[in-house]
Design a protein around this ligand. Structure first.
Ligand code: ADP
Length: 480
């Protein structure tokens, strides 16, 4: 089985978010299922340097305003990559989507139409000698690939569109239709049109043979107006081909028994060693040395969607119950200052680190007793999965992948040993307060807390299960 995975970012070549992790993990995860994946990505600066050995795969005379070469190579992880070297589109300082000063690149339409166009050429056997049976497009940047292929007729690979976050849709003016190589007949409500503009994600959702997203609950939620961002009608219409597959995590990079970034390694048999990480983190961050106090953490982009304001609203409960809080994150300046203000008001009990720090993120997971994830919407979420693996019990809003991955410590779940964390009603400070109170009460019973930690740490959130689901999906859709 041959699959061309089409993504605007892939770990370890280029990463701005979870999409890169998933695109980077799929090839290795699917290999045992006899699935060969090549990943098509734009060659932003630095990408080609990270591919070995590099070989010419083919060329395109005019790729949206200039010549392009496709270069094949492998990542350090051994994944096969096809990188589109088109200097007029991708070789520039700044991010993959935004210019250095912030703000989207003005030519993002053609930049990512080009990604989809090359997928079309490869899928139709017009470029290179390797012919995929499936083209798997990720997020809006790859959204035109299923459309271009559908327009090419029936002798084409099957197509899958995966939504990693429906809030980002790739909308461009109607006037660009012709230059994006789209015929006028697809500019309809059943095609690429979205409220008078061209929607790349909409196009993928309208034309792909199968649709997936990154958790079963998110797959249901996006079929409703509260989470559908205007695409819920289309998704309801296509619900028969839509499924949710929870992302896996990298269980080697996130393993408390071998994590090189944490002070004291531990595993489920040696859980008491986890406490040493808290002692060291408290000292490092300037939190009062209170070894018996429950240490909560937040590790997140600081945005409204992540519900950080809800966590701040629940601080009185957390502090009154004797808890301490460490926050690591960056994002909206107003939320950053609210977090800073909370820390300033409670020195020694609350601390905030504004910034992005991978190593500190591991130390937070190793040190904290519980991690707060109060998101208003969460396609899959990763930090709660890392929390489970590190015995750092997640307190999560009951949305998306959070609802699918954490089992609430209800009386019944505690009794039968199924509990792995705490859930609360999304968007509700009162419900979050109540969940924190339950966490504090359980923490006061060390034996029960430990039992939940143990169960959380032994759940399997690696790529084995998701890979099996993707393999089944690929088999069900591949042309005979
Ligand atoms: P999203 O992709 O919406 O930001 P996820 O939970 O899916 O949320 O993934 C977030 C990832 O980014 C996790 O791996 C988390 O550890 C990491 N992360 C978020 N904020 C920071 C930060 N300030 N420093 C280090 N890592 C962070």
């Amino acid at each position: 089985m041959r699959v061309l995975s089409v993504a605007s970012e892939v770990y370890p070549l280029i990463k701005t978010g979870g999409l890169a992790d998933v695109a980077g993990a799929l090839p290795q995860a699917l290999a045992p299922h006899g699935v060969e994946i090549k990943t098509l990505v734009p060659a932003y600066p630095g990408v080609l340097d990270r591919l070995h050995p590099r070989e010419n795969y083919g060329s395109v005379a005019d790729l949206f305003g200039g010549p392009a070469r496709v270069i094949s190579g492998r990542t350090t992880a051994g994944a096969e990559v096809l990188a589109i070297h088109a200097p007029h589109l991708y070789q520039r300082n700044g991010g993959p989507y935004q210019a250095p000063g912030g703000g989207d690149w003005p030519d993002n339409g053609p930049r990512f139409a080009a990604l989809a166009w090359v997928a079309r050429l490869i899928g139709l056997g017009l470029l290179g000698s390797w012919l995929p049976q499936i083209v798997h497009a990720h997020d809006w940047q790859a959204g035109l690939a299923p459309t271009y292929l559908a327009l090419a007729g029936s002798a084409r690979p099957a197509t899958i569109m995966t939504i990693h976050n429906i809030a980002f849709q790739g909308l461009f003016p109607y006037a660009d239709l012709d230059s994006l190589r789209l015929p006028p007949r697809v500019f309809t409500i059943d095609g690429v049109e979205f409220h008078g503009r061209i929607g790349f994600l909409k196009a993928g959702l309208a034309f792909a043979d199968r649709l997936t997203t990154v958790s079963p609950t998110y797959a249901r939620e996006i079929q409703g107006p509260a989470h559908g961002h205007g695409l819920d009608g289309l998704l309801r219409h296509r619900s028969g081909v839509l499924s949710g597959i929870l992302n896996g995590i990298d269980t080697e990079a996130w393993d408390p028994s071998s994590d090189p970034m944490i002070a004291e390694r531990y595993d489920v048999e040696h859980l008491s060693d986890k406490a040493r990480n808290a002692v060291i983190l408290r000292r490092r961050l300037g939190l009062e040395p209170r070894p018996n106090a429950p240490l909560f953490c937040i590790l997140s982009r600081l945005t409204y969607a992540k519900g950080i304001d809800l966590a701040l609203g629940a601080l009185p409960q957390l502090l009154a119950g004797g808890g301490q809080l460490a926050v690591l994150g960056a994002g909206d300046p107003s939320i950053e200052s609210a977090v800073r203000a909370a820390a300033a008001a409670h020195p020694g009990q609350i601390v905030s680190i504004i910034g992005y720090d991978e190593s500190l993120a591991h130390q937070f997971q190793a040190a904290a007793d519980a991690i707060l994830v109060p998101s208003r919407t969460e396609p899959c979420g990763l930090t709660q999965l890392y929390g489970l693996r590190y015995g750092t019990l997640p307190i999560v809003a009951r949305v998306g992948g959070l609802a699918d991955s954490v089992i609430d410590a209800s009386d019944a779940a505690l009794e039968d040993g199924a509990a792995t964390g705490f859930q609360f009603a999304p968007g509700s400070v009162d419900s979050l307060r109540e969940a924190i109170a339950r966490a504090l009460a359980l923490f006061a019973q060390p034996k029960s807390w430990r039992a939940v930690q143990r169960h959380a740490m032994t759940r399997d959130f690696g790529w084995r299960n998701p890979a099996r689901r993707y393999a089944e999906l690929y088999r069900s859709v591949a042309p005979a």
